[in-house]
Design a protein around this ligand. Structure first.
Ligand SMILES: [Zn+2]
Length: 339
């Protein structure tokens, strides 16, 4: 069984390693496709530094090749989403059998081994069977849809609420589409024209450039009320305190993403406006709902222009895309196919 790992920054190495089902509740999955995200590229470059070596790639789909005798929801040939975040199994909540309340959730590709490998062995509980109507490439976004749903749960806003979303990468774009699905009114804000135009192609009606007119434009769209709440997606080029200018008094600002860079923020405007600042990350509670949303076509992923590359090109892909990211270019997620 082959794995690809980052032993130290700017290196991708592959090696053979045995993988076998160890317990009756485990299944062995042939990984078919993984998502290569800018976060993986940051780990490759060393601008995000987990404990190396790391097997990268957080999001994966595959087909069960062997199921332990006590597996109930999957069997040989079941197509599955392999959960990107799993409970730690060690904290107080996990030991009490309440993994959903785990205080130390482990993300694949960062805190634990990721899925750039031809086989993965995991507990059946970490697999979600996929309906035939959800393609492999759409299913790679289950974790992101799930994260966005957790953000929407946190905001718990009534229908018709204006919500400013900072950052038009995959998370910001999908979040806006889901807000529309839930009858909210997202306003997507970015510095990058290309991302704003992709968002418009996804049916996101209000898109704004983050420039000196931003507050005035948000005020105009919201009839002078400003956005009731804002969501700031991590690793976008805008300042982390920009949402404080566009959020109404008493609103909430959610910071979300796969991880957070160190950032400075001027808190005074947030304190003056009595804003609530909070975070949503590594939330797997909505995986089943996310699959259902993909079945119902609540999200249009086609305009994201997902490219697919064979695993033989993985090394070249990491290096060329990481260069583009370092040069400040708009680098999208892409798919690595392991078939
Ligand atoms: Zn735990």
């Amino acid at each position: 069984m082959r794995i690809w790992k980052i032993p130290s920054p700017k290196t991708l190495a592959s090696e053979e390693r045995p993988e076998a089902v160890q317990t009756p509740t485990q299944a062995k999955v042939k990984v078919t496709n993984v998502l290569l995200s800018p976060y993986d590229l940051r780990i490759w470059r060393g601008s995000v530094r987990p404990n190396y070596p790391v097997i990268p790639c957080r999001f994966a789909v595959g087909v069960v090749s062997e199921a332990g005798e006590n597996c109930i929801s999957v069997e040989k040939n079941t197509r599955v989403y392999i959960h990107d975040t799993v409970p730690c199994g060690k904290c107080e909540a996990c030991c009490a059998g309440r993994g959903e309340n785990c205080s130390d959730r482990q993300a694949a590709g960062t805190d634990r081994e990721g899925y750039l490998r031809d086989f993965a062995v995991t507990e059946e509980a970490n697999l979600s069977a996929l309906p035939p109507s959800v393609s492999d490439t759409d299913a790679l976004f289950v974790g992101i849809v799930s994260l966005c749903e957790a953000v929407i749960d946190r905001l718990d806003a009534p229908k018709g609420t204006h919500i400013a979303v900072f950052g038009g990468g995959e998370i910001g774009n999908i979040l806006c589409q889901l807000l529309i699905y839930h009858q909210q009114v997202p306003i997507l804000i970015d510095t990058d024209e290309e991302r704003l135009s992709v968002a418009a192609g996804c049916g996101i009606y209000y898109t704004l450039k983050a420039d000196e007119e931003l507050s005035a434009n948000v005020s105009r769209i919201t009839g002078g009320h400003m956005a009731a709440h804002s969501v700031f997606t991590s690793y976008n080029p805008m300042p982390a305190d920009l949402p404080y200018e566009t959020t109404a008094v008493g609103g909430t600002v959610v910071y979300t993403g796969f991880g957070f860079p160190s950032a400075k923020a001027s808190l005074k405007p947030a304190l003056d406006r009595r804003l609530t600042l909070t975070t949503v990350t590594n939330d797997f509670s909505n995986n089943a709902a996310a699959i259902n949303l993909l079945v119902n076509k609540a999200v249009n992923l086609a305009p994201l222009g997902l490219e697919i590359f064979p695993v033989a090109e993985a090394e070249q892909l990491f290096s060329s895309r990481a260069e583009e990211l370092a040069a400040g270019k708009n680098v999208k997620c892409c798919v690595i196919n392991l078939m």
